[in-house]
Design a protein around this ligand. Structure first.
Ligand SMILES: [Zn+2]
Length: 305
């Protein structure tokens, strides 16, 4: 269960399970926020941890690379994403902003360790991630080839993973070259002068990629707390809850039936009243009751579909 020796160990939600296939690859994300702490909060809320979070000062590790992380969407059917031996890095920052040299230096160092640990080549099988447009928007047209993802080791942007729609990390060509440069130190190397040293606008910026930190395969946040609670409940309490749940449908059904009957009674009354107000014709009321009786089973049948 590999842990990076120069990373700060910081577990949050834990692994999504064992890897179900290979080969190993590195997936690059941006956190779509300006701080590591903000990212941790989002991972906790959505249960969407990567293996690593990297900013300009620190490399955090949340999950052993020998098991799967949770930062990718995985649709039912199709290929595996998180569990297809994807070692995931969240880079603190935004897809639409340039990344600082200090942050990229940490990502570069981490990539060399992951590559060495899991025999990953410094290649991008689905192509380099596409940088943002000049106005900072999704450039579109990302290559998310599932067959390549499933069969080729290497580096992938979140933008190059099948079943996913996000366009991070949107590295520029120079940023990719910097990350892939395997010279030990790049100090004094001036081919990377265009990479920014600081980004004062980072803190006040906001993501242009809503719902970035989606939990795996789950659309809404509201179901998550329930999931967490179920996992943490001790066995005895869980059994009691199961029993209660088993009994619940009967009770709920009964209550529902009673409510329905009450409602129907009320509706009938008000209809009768309305009819009486308008036209006290008994002729009109009679067929109505008959049709209402007929409509009932039809409605019941339709509900189960
Ligand atoms: Zn992402």
């Amino acid at each position: 269960m590999p842990r990076c020796p120069f990373a700060t160990w910081k577990p949050i939600s834990g692994s999504s399970g064992s890897h179900t296939g290979g080969p190993f690859k590195i997936v690059h994300h941006t956190t779509e926020g300006s701080t590591a702490q903000g990212a941790f909060n989002a991972f906790r809320a959505h249960r969407s941890d990567p293996h690593f979070t990297v900013d300009s000062t620190t490399i955090f590790q949340h999950i052993d690379t020998g098991v799967a992380a949770r930062a990718l969407r995985n649709a039912s059917g199709g290929v595996q994403t998180n569990r297809d031996s994807a070692v995931q890095i969240e880079v603190v920052g935004f897809a639409h902003r340039p990344k600082t040299r200090a942050t990229l230096e940490n990502v570069r160092k981490l990539c060399r360790w992951i590559e060495a640990t899991h025999s990953i080549p410094r290649a991008w099988p689905n192509g380099f991630p596409k940088p943002a447009t000049a106005s900072g928007q999704d450039p579109g047209g990302h290559n998310r080839n599932a067959a390549i993802w499933d069969s080729k080791a290497g580096h992938y942007g979140h933008s190059n993973v099948p079943e996913n729609t996000h366009w991070d990390p949107a590295y520029t060509k120079t940023e990719v070259e910097f990350l892939m440069d395997d010279r030990g130190s790049l100090e004094g190397v001036d081919e990377y002068e265009s990479i920014i040293l600081e980004d004062p606008g980072l803190e006040s910026d906001h993501s242009r990629m809503p719902d970035h930190a989606d939990p795996e395969g789950v659309e809404t946040e509201s179901v998550m707390p329930m999931r967490v609670a179920r996992k943490k409940r001790p066995a005895k309490a869980a059994a009691a809850k199961r029993k209660a749940r088993k009994a619940a449908p009967k009770k709920a059904k009964k209550a529902k039936k009673a409510k329905k009957a009450k409602k129907a009674k009320k509706a009938k009354k008000s209809t009768r009243r309305a009819v009486a107000r308008r036209k006290p014709a008994t002729k009109r009321a009679a067929p109505k009751r008959k049709s209402a009786g007929k409509a009932k089973p039809r409605g019941k049948r339709g509900k189960g579909r």
